[in-house]
Design a protein around this ligand. Structure first.
Ligand code: NAD
Ligand code: 89Y
Length: 342
């Protein structure tokens, strides 16, 4: 099996998970790192024993000519870095949120299309094993035709200590976390025709919204509620679990706290514990997300090897980004947004 040589840009908080997962994945080596912060570059380089270290992405890509580049920086740098990779003909993975605007996202997808360069957005939540298991039940018809759903992420977990920039943006929960939960709704129930949203800010120490409630009409008639909160104090905080309720024509499915799946269908009742594995380098409660990082990175290697479009390609992610934009537009105007207008 051919072994791919990858390079990674942005050695911050989340990239450490990506570097661990690349080490676990088969047929790949991260041969070079780039960060404009020398301290973070040195820390990641030392931790993973990677000696080729750069402060400038273009210099790294020119010198190393990797088989792909993994962009793990925050959103402001995504467009220039993705377009750089496209110009140099290097397949590229880009962290979420993919872009600052729909126009940027479309330009990035177009640049990669024209250059013939594969592009995947690191939209990993749909790769959590519990979410994949829910999708498998739906595809198998376990509850008939789904007609109503709720996809919910409610927590009081302090995400600001690890990611201080989350407290500073005008936008917070929809752009940072809701984007994953909206992507799960698209993944499970298909494309959306219109969306309504309301937002609130409960935590006075941050600038953006930390509560969002969204109502989605899906193309096949299903209605879903997608709700997110980082202001919810529960006795047992479920961070970072996504809880799911689905009603179908012949049954119901519930993914409850503690990764408990209950399916009540024409075929009988199934109750199963979908707790994710604790990978050797993972730590609770993040292990659910960390597991999905390995899964999406393995998927990328599979797609590279087989010339397939990734599940969360740039093209696919434009539809998820459009839901984020529609949610902010609806919250600002108190109107329902037609997705065709985004
Ligand atoms: P961070 O600020 O901790 O790290 C980003 C790093 O990128 C920094 O070290 C910074 O110096 C470096 N950087 C920025 N621009 C650069 C450039 N042009 N060239 C070289 N280095 C550059 O951020 P983070 O918390 O690790 O988040 C990174 C991204 O990951 C964000 O977009 C965030 O939303 C995303 N994220 C995703 C998940 C997930 O589950 N998919 C979870 C957490 C964070
Ligand atoms: O940045 C966010 C993400 O993508 O997953 C969880 C998170 O780290 C905090 O909301």
């Amino acid at each position: 099996m051919m072994s791919y040589r990858g390079a990674l840009i942005g050695c911050g908080f989340f990239a450490i998970n990506q570097l661990h997962a690349w080490r676990d994945a088969e047929g790949v080596d991260i041969v070079a790192l780039c960060d404009r912060d020398p301290e973070r570059l040195a820390q990641a380089g030392d931790l993973f024993g990677i000696d080729k270290r750069y402060g400038d992405a273009e210099r790294m890509l020119e010198a190393e000519k990797p088989d792909f580049v993994d962009i793990a920086t925050t959103v402001a740098s995504h467009r220039p870095l993705v377009e750089l990779a496209a110009r140099m003909g290097i397949p590229v993975i880009c962290q979420k949120p993919f872009a600052l605007s729909m126009a940027d996202a479309r330009a990035m997808v177009e640049a990669c299309r024209v250059a013939g360069v594969p592009l995947m957005v690191h939209e990993n939540f749909r790769w959590q094993s519990a979410i994949q298991a829910v999708k498998a039940r739906l595809d198998a018809g376990a509850i008939g035709r789904p007609f109503w759903a709720r996809v919910s992420f409610r927590s009081g977990f302090d995400v600001f200590s690890g990611q201080p920039y989350l407290a500073e943006g005008k936008r917070f929960i929809i752009e940072d976390l809701g984007i994953h939960i909206l992507d799960i709704a698209r993944f499970l129930f298909g494309e959306v025709t219109r969306l309504s949203a309301r937002t609130q800010r409960v935590n006075p120490a941050i600038k953006g919204e930390d509560v969002a409630t969204m109502l989605l009409d899906h193309e096949d008639g299903l209605s879903s509620v997608v709700d997110c909160s980082y202001a919810t104090r529960l006795p047992v905080d479920p961070f970072p679990e996504t809880l799911i309720e689905i009603d179908g024509s012949t049954g119901t499915l519930r993914l409850g706290a503690g990764y408990r799946l209950v399916v009540n269908g024409a075929g009988g009742r199934e109750e199963v514990d979908l707790s994710p594995p604790l990978l050797p380098w993972a730590s609770r409660p993040w292990h659910n997300i960390q597991e999905s990082v390995l899964a999406i990175q393995r998927h990328w290697l599979h797609c590279l090897r087989n010339g397939e479009e990734p599940s969360t390609s740039g093209r696919d992610n434009i539809a998820t980004m459009a839901l984020v934009e529609a949610a902010y537009a609806s919250a600002a105007s108190h109107r329902t947004i037609e997705m065709a207008s985004i």
